[in-house]
Design a protein around this ligand. Structure first.
Ligand code: ADP
Ligand code: MG
Length: 242
């Protein structure tokens, strides 16, 4: 059954993911249904190994489900070739990882310009746009440095600038603050809030309870399934009373 709700920027229907391992098939996502509307700010939480990264990779098209349907930003990813998905992702999704993943042989500004090579951005405009983004994340001074020459917090801000290069409507982070000190994580979170205020949709995995508590919608993954919202609410109430 394919069900792409017009209102949803992300729609997962019955998503199952089974990895083949030496020990046999490992069922990691067990029928996930998820609807996220354009403009939402959503935290994904859950214990280590519960399937959060696998779920995020379904949304970005970095990986595909064993069965079920994935619609994101107007496309049915489960129908597209790997090449088509890569092109689609470059235009529509900004992805931020825990370990920044900047290219070490490129300068900061070259890293930010990189995604623009794959879209129509006019060559003369790329540098100008990259510099604007570096100003947005408060990094104009390190534009010509290499990633190894700047701090982890600065690298992550550069990675965010890169994720924004093609002005994606959707930004997806897999523990983007996981490797940052409290101040850098706070700055990054403030930037995400600004982006949501501008109308972007953000989905981010986080281990940080304080951050998750400030995000309007929290989805919890437990053993490959999303926990019903009522159950999370009850636990929060129970926790508050303790
Ligand atoms: N490519 C893979 N091949 C086999 N098993 C995997 C693969 N990726 C993840 N897993 C397993 O799937 C489970 C969920 O992993 P993951 O989605 O990374 O969890 P989380 O992000 O919540 O920590 C783990 O048991 C992990 O070892
Ligand atoms: Mg993970």
């Amino acid at each position: 059954m394919s069900n792409s709700n017009n209102n949803s920027i992300i729609s997962l229907n019955g998503v199952e993911k089974i990895y083949k391992t030496k020990a046999g098939p490992l069922r990691v996502l067990k029928g996930v249904n998820l609807e996220i509307k354009a403009g939402e700010f959503v935290a994904i939480v859950g214990p280590s190994g519960s399937g959060k990264s696998t779920l995020i990779n379904m949304i970005t098209g970095i990986d595909r489900p064993t069965s079920g349907e994935v619609h994101v930003a107007g496309e049915r990813l489960t129908n597209m070739s790997e090449n088509q998905v890569a092109k689609w992702r470059g235009r529509n999704v900004g992805v931020v990882f825990q370990f920044f993943q900047l290219l070490p042989t490129l300068t900061v500004i070259e890293n930010v310009m990189m995604p623009m090579h794959y879209t129509g951005t006019y060559k003369g405009k790329r540098k100008e746009r990259a510099m604007e983004l570096l100003e947005l994340v408060d990094l104009p001074d390190v534009a010509n440095k290499y990633p190894s020459q700047i701090s982890g917090g600065q690298q992550q801000r550069a990675a965010i600038a890169r994720a924004l290069a093609n002005d994606p409507k959707l930004i997806v982070g897999d523990e983007p603050t996981g490797n940052l000190d409290v101040i850098s994580a706070g700055l990054m979170f403030a930037l995400f809030e600004d982006l949501v205020a501008e109308g972007k949709t953000i989905v981010m995995v986080t281990h940080d309870r304080d951050l998750a508590g400030q995000i309007p919608r929290v989805e919890e993954v437990r053993d490959g399934q999303l926990v019903a919202k009522e159950e999370i609410d009850q636990r929060l109430v129970a926790g508050a009373g303790a």
